[in-house]
Design a protein around this ligand. Structure first.
Ligand code: MN
Length: 748
């Protein structure tokens, strides 16, 4: 007979509940590490870190109400179980928020856990007191990224931290969620890709999609669920005849179908303009071979030959990343074959080792103790990061954008006239190539030949090109060059050359200025500062440069000031008048418009906001407000192509914005319509349908036809998002129309 549970009048106290949660988290971590080979001494240190961090975080709670320590414990588990890191990383992950969020000081960590751990924890601690910088967020990224060269684990733990925060983000307010998603897709996801952390990267991008476009995410995951049965059947039909042949091989293998990430499906729908049903590669078939390292390559090609005997291949889709691995270390053999019913199927063939590297990137290299290989794989990239870190940047934002350009997706292979190969990102130009050979070759490059034909400096390379660079010692980089390159290395090198030039120019300008000031007995530092401020220059250097380039005339400028006992004094009248005028125009503008937006919960009217033209928000769109430096508050759509940049670099200027219910406004939107041009009637048919049948006002209409297709841009006036969706649906059903999209512009 079961014994009756003791009857208690009161449930467990709050403290007891907290204790239970903490113990459960810690046990979860211990269970994970018990599967591996972590020795007793390491376990002891993990326990010490746990007790130390629990004590430090003790009264702190997460937003969800759980005790804070559950977060670092979970981050530690992710580090071990999902990223494949070792005991040092576990200890650091447990300690990662102690210095930042609690009174604990770094020197205590140093005393208790030693120099190595304290250095990593330091790397994970945000910089303090960043109040006077343009972007504290960018400064913090810069700090984390700088540690990459010292110890990659800092960045990997940061990834695990971000992963846990994203997995538990539901509890956060919407604006915070958008900010975190923007940061994640701007830097964390590309970085995960660059480090070869495939699983982390796809989870990042999926979670971002879920935050940014919840409807689309929901729709796609629903559709994936609905079609799963059919898909499984198809995969089985595809695999069955293959298995019969593969079984004849000596090597053990695994074969299975693997679904693609939801975000990558969403991407296809967007970029290729296709419907869900038309996407053939919702999954890939993977074959993993258990063979020793020295047999890997031949075994993979044997399997390739079996696969292509059973299913007909599409020759141009063969990719051999075993002979030439991707620069993030990815190795695999890919081919696309025609499966049952004529459907294309991608098949990925690789060894067990390659598979682990593909899934866990950096950490797997460690696991396989491929110290030598590890260096080969990442050294080249580390060099380029070192370049970016060592180049002087105006601010952390510039740094971040240079750094980001080192995190590309696809790569191309380019050859020198001697047959040496260089790996460059897709989109790289001949000028990038010149810088990849040597900085001086870049600086002195004047013309370029591809396969003996001259091409312009901004010419975009194609994989397999053989490039010859012609140099001249009189060549100098100019500002325009920055627009002709995409690699971080080329950009930072050009910037540093320009900076040298600017320094020379500035010192010349400075001489001119000081001489003129001296002639007027005005040569004080204060007067120079006044000039910088009143004439609207960012820095003294900019003022000096403008003088040297004769963009401003010192004597003329001085005349616009009053002089009071050797001091330049700004003449008030003119500028004040202007200010009053502009205030009035903003006010008039406001009064003409009924406000339907709440900013930070208050009527938007008070903020003198305007709707951003890059994304033209309409009532019902997900929106946020951004405080610009000189044109007031601007309201963007959350899915605006500029949103990510704004949130990543200027998160502190983002305000919450929402639509209030009492909208009586109308909104302008621009739609892009693509379709088949079946004769002259297209324009009439579309415009007739829109204005007469749908009763919608057309503001602008332009259409262009090429080779039987047309592309039109239609400016419309709509009431709200529901109205807009109805219009889009109605237009989609018109014969000849193949796709309709709202237009977003990226700010130049
Ligand atoms: Mn954290």
């Amino acid at each position: 007979m079961p014994t009756a549970a003791p009857i208690t009048l009161e449930g467990p106290s709050k403290q007891e509940l907290d204790q239970r949660l903490i113990r459960a988290s810690y046990r979860r971590l211990l269970r994970a590490i018990s599967k591996g080979n972590i020795n007793a001494e390491d376990k002891k240190q993990i326990r010490e870190a746990f007790e130390f961090a629990m004590e430090a975080h003790s009264p702190q709670k997460r937003k969800s109400g759980e005790p804070y320590i559950t977060h670092p414990l979970e981050v530690a588990r992710i580090c071990y179980e999902e990223l494949g890191l070792g005991p040092t990383a576990i200890v650091c992950a447990i300690l990662h928020d102690t210095v930042e969020d609690t009174p604990v000081e770094l020197k205590e960590i140093h005393q208790k856990f030693g120099p190595k751990i304290s250095k990593i924890v330091d790397g994970l601690t945000k910089l303090d007191g960043l109040y006077n910088v343009e972007s504290p967020q960018a400064e913090n990224f810069k700090k984390v990224l700088s540690t990459l060269l010292y110890d990659v684990r800092v960045v990997l733990i940061k990834m695990a931290d971000r992963l846990h925060n994203l997995r538990t983000i539901d509890i956060m307010p919407r604006t915070k969620q958008l900010k975190i998603a923007a940061e994640t897709s701007y830097i964390y996801a590309p970085l995960a890709h660059r480090l070869g952390l495939y699983n982390v990267k796809s989870e990042f991008t999926d979670l971002c999609l879920k935050i940014n476009e919840p409807d689309l995410y929901e729709e796609l995951s629903q559709k994936l669920k609905e079609t799963q049965k059919d898909r499984n059947k198809f995969i089985n039909d595809f695999i069955k005849p293959l298995k019969q042949e593969l079984d004849k091989m000596a090597a053990p293998y695994k074969i299975f179908g693997r679904p693609k990430a939801i975000s990558s499906i969403a991407n296809k729908i967007r970029t290729k303009n296709v419907e869900f049903d038309e996407i053939y590669d919702l999954f890939a078939v993977r074959i993993i071979l258990d063979v020793p390292v020295n047999k890997e390559k031949s075994a993979c090609w044997l399997v390739y030959s079996i696969v292509t005997d059973v299913h007909r291949p599409i020759p141009e889709r063969l990719k051999d990343w075993i002979t030439t691995p991707k620069s993030n270390g990815y190795e695999s053999l890919h081919t696309t074959v025609i499966g049952p019913g004529g459907r294309y199927v991608e098949v990925q063939i690789r060894s067990k080792r390659m598979d682990e590297i593909a899934e866990n990137g950096f950490a797997a290299h460690w696991k396989y103790k491929e110290v030598g290989a590890l260096h080969n794989v990442y050294d080249h990239w580390f060099d380029s990061i070192r370049d970016v870190l060592e180049t002087p940047h105006n601010d952390a934002i510039e740094f971040l954008s240079d750094f980001k350009s080192n995190l590309y997706g696809e790569e191309i292979y380019i050859y020198t006239p001697n047959g040496d190969m260089k790996v460059l990102p897709k989109g790289a130009t001949v000028l990038d190539f010149a810088f990849s050979i040597h900085t001086d070759v870049g600086y002195k490059a004047t013309s370029f030949k591809i396969n003996n034909k001259l091409v312009p400096m901004g010419h975009v390379l194609t994989s397999g090109d053989q490039v010859q660079v012609i140099v001249s010692k009189n060549q100098r980089p100019t500002e325009d060059w920055l627009k002709l390159v995409v690699t971080g290395k080329a950009r930072s090198r050009i910037r540093s050359a320009l900076k040298d030039d600017q320094k020379k120019l500035a010192s010349h300008g400075k001489e001119i200025l000081l001489r003129k000031l001296k002639n007027n007995k005005l040569e004080t530092a204060e007067n120079v500062n006044t000039l910088v401020k009143v004439l609207n220059f960012k820095t003294k250097l900019d003022l000096f440069t403008a003088i040297a380039e004769e963009k401003i005339d010192v004597a003329d400028s001085i005349r616009t000031f009053d002089i009071d006992k050797g001091r330049l004094v700004e003449r008030k009248s003119a500028s004040e008048e202007e200010k009053i005028k502009s205030d009035r125009s903003v006010r008039e503008n406001q009064e003409n418009r009924s406000s339907s937006i709440l900013i930070n919960g208050e009527p938007g009217k008070q903020y003198a906001y305007t709707l951003a033209h890059c994304c033209d928000p309409v009532h019902g769109d997900e929106i946020f407000a951004y405080v610009t430096t000189n044109s007031g508050v601007r309201v963007h759509r959350s899915s605006c192509p500029n949103a990510e940049h704004l949130m990543v670099n200027h998160g502190y200027r983002i305000l919450k914005a929402e639509w209030s219910d009492m909208a009586s406004e109308t909104f302008n939107v621009v739609l892009q319509i693509n379709g088949i041009d079946d004769g002259p009637g297209v324009i009439e048919r579309l415009s007739h349908h829109i204005s007469t049948k749908l009763g919608v006002n057309i503001k602008s209409f332009s259409i262009e036809g090429h080779e039987g297709t047309f592309e039109g841009k239609i400016g419309l006036v709509v009431n709200d998002k529901a109205h807009l969706n109805l219009i889009i649906k109605a237009l989609q059903q018109l014969p000849g129309v193949s796709s309709i999209q709202r237009i977003d512009k990226t700010l130049a």
